[in-house]
Design a protein around this ligand. Structure first.
Ligand SMILES: [Cu+2]
Length: 465
């Protein structure tokens, strides 16, 4: 079915107007062409060719949706559809998303813009789009059943409102949410301020991404949509390390990072080497008096945060969720702990029956990252990634902030690994190791106190006497 047939079909089956109006045949003829993106790589910022100017954001492993101006209205066209998302090199997932990707494209507008978004539903079930955080007429809020009839299969609906508040927002379905968000339907929205705003600073680099989570059994391709808590893939914009692009900035750039959380748990995001200040949320910019320096900020479910810092320390700085299971990929979460279990002797016997038998984890799990053990065809290793000095042993929600003196303004290319200046890197000690000295309590009273003996009587032992 070509695009023209598709839209004619959609028009023929369109039902009468509801709050978010269905499109008439006349309007459909004037629909903006949907723009699709199939590359999972971070696309360069979309500098606005029409409408009011602003400094565009960079969507990590994503892109910004082009628009057209139609008599002063900014028109976008979102297509909700099944997509194939590469979560990491060699690992693809069958998801649902918008315009060829999960998450959908970022929508960027300017405070005061009148915005019209056409939403075409090419999913096998109805959907809707909720514009999280926006001030808008109630009928444009996108809650199917409550504020509009759901967008049926093959239908196109139109949402139209003025972007009244500048800030950091997102969009997602409000129809069969459990399934549709577990399948990857979500996108970022940034409303830039129309004039200088004392609470919104101008920055050199402005990154954004959504936190999402999937449960995809190793070797399979489709997320399990009934999972409530035990997700095995913790992702940024539906990518897992080492599939998440690095954040590349120039030394002394002012950097803003905007993050939204559409998973089912909180994520304490942690940046190495710098302090940042949380400058706002989806509720708006925070008053200056409420801003404190942090190196970790916890982002609760359904929340958004934007934080800012001066990138004044050169290097490759880890940037990740601080929940340690969120920086590993599938397969490792349910392995029994074998630390301290001595398998010597046993392995040889087992290998007679199972030639490939391998011992996992009796000295910790770091071996797993090193040995690149065979894994099912379609998944990502549990802990992986090679740095300039060996295995990084990470996965999931992990990336690197790369700060370089020679990065040009506006250049978002990966500069490669940082070369540590001589004498500034941790090194192996080769001298003699003294015997350990026991810690001595400084308080004379404590030193003089006799050791306390505790006698425990087990109730059970009574009855056997
Ligand atoms: Cu996390």
């Amino acid at each position: 079915m070509n695009r023209r047939n598709f839209f004619n079909g959609a028009a023929a089956t369109a039902v009468g107007a509801v709050a978010a109006a269905s499109v008439s045949r006349v309007a459909l003829a004037a629909l903006p062409e949907p723009v699709l993106q199939t590359s999972p790589n971070t696309q360069p910022p979309l500098v606005p060719a029409t409408g009011r100017p602003y400094t565009p954001v960079v969507t990590l492993n994503g892109w910004t949706l082009p628009w057209r101006m139609n008599q002063g209205v900014k028109e976008f066209h979102l297509v909700a559809e099944p997509v194939v998302r590469e979560m990491a090199p060699g690992f693809k997932a069958h998801m649902w998303g918008y315009n060829g990707q999960s998450p959908g494209p970022t929508i960027e507008v300017v405070e005061g813009d009148r915005v019209r978004v056409f939403v075409t539903n090419k999913l096998p079930e109805h959907t809707s789009v909720h514009w999280h955080g926006q001030r808008l007429p109630n009928g444009m809020d996108g809650v199917s059943g409550l504020t509009q009839r759901a967008i049926g299969v093959g239908k196109t609906f139109v949402y139209e409102f003025v972007a009244r508040r500048p800030g950091t927002f997102m969009y997602h379905p409000h129809a069969d949410e459990m399934t549709q968000m577990a399948m990857g339907m979500m996108g970022f929205w940034v409303t830039h301020p129309k004039t200088k705003n004392p609470l919104i600073s101008e920055v050199d680099r402005d990154f954004c991404f959504l936190l999402n989570a999937y449960d995809i059994d190793p070797g399979s391709m489709t997320p399990k949509t009934m999972t409530m808590l035990d997700f095995n893939l913790w992702s940024w914009n539906s990518r897992v390390f080492p599939g998440i692009d690095t954040l590349n900035v120039r030394h002394n750039d002012k950097v803003r990072i905007r993050v939204g959380n559409l998973t089912m748990t909180n994520h304490p995001l942690h940046l190495h080497g710098h302090e940042f200040v949380v400058t706002g949320s989806d509720g708006g910019p925070w008053p200056l008096a409420a801003r404190v320096p942090e190196i970790t900020t916890d982002i609760a479910v359904g929340q958004m945060r934007q934080f800012e810092f001066l990138a004044d320390e050169e290097g490759d700085w880890a940037f990740h969720c601080h929940k340690s299971h969120h920086t590993m990929n599938a397969m490792g979460h349910n392995v029994p702990t074998l630390i301290g279990v001595d398998h010597r002797g046993l392995v040889g016997k087992l290998q007679k029956a199972v030639p490939d038998y391998m011992v996992m984890g009796e000295r910790g799990m770091a071996d797993m990252g090193e040995m690149e053990m065979p894994i099912p065809d379609n998944t990502a290793p549990m802990m992986t990634g090679q740095g300039p000095y060996g295995g990084v042993e990470m996965g999931g929600m992990f990336s690197v902030l790369k700060v370089r003196k020679d990065q040009k303004p506006g250049d978002y290319k990966d500069p490669g690994w940082y070369h540590q200046p001589a004498g500034t890197q941790a090194y192996a000690w080769t001298g003699p190791l003294p015997d350990p000295a026991r810690f001595q309590a400084e308080s004379p009273a404590a030193a003089a106190a006799p050791a306390t003996e505790v006698q425990v009587r087990k109730p059970a032992s009574h009855q056997h006497h």
